[in-house]
Design a protein around this ligand. Structure first.
Ligand code: FES
Length: 92
């Protein structure tokens, strides 16, 4: 079980089975994405601390400290910044 700290305010728990994007969605965060397979770069964010494993082929440009959450799985607790997300509205 790993903990993600998102933009310094939203700690969430996840396992290594899910991508970082899936973990954020499970926690109720509506993170920005488009392709979900490493091509568009819409999900790009900054990895401040921690270790990830890329599970897909990265086509989108990222700088040295950026990751693509849609094709990344946690290998440790993660601290992420510059994540673009909204809180999902609860349905009745
Ligand atoms: S959603 Fe397109 S690269 Fe992640």
């Amino acid at each position: 079980m790993f903990t993600f700290t998102i933009n310094s305010i939203a700690p969430i728990l996840t396992t290594s089975e899910h991508t970082v994007l899936e973990a954020m969605e499970s926690a109720g965060l509506q993170a920005e994405y488009h392709c979900r397979d490493g091509h568009c770069g819409a999900c790009r964010c900054e990895l401040v601390n921690g270790e990830i494993e890329e599970t897909g082929f990265k086509m989108a440009y990222t700088s040295a400290n950026e990751i693509l959450p849609c094709i990344s799985k946690a290998k440790s607790n993660l601290v992420l910044s510059k994540v673009n997300y909204q809180i999902k509205a609860k349905s009745a």
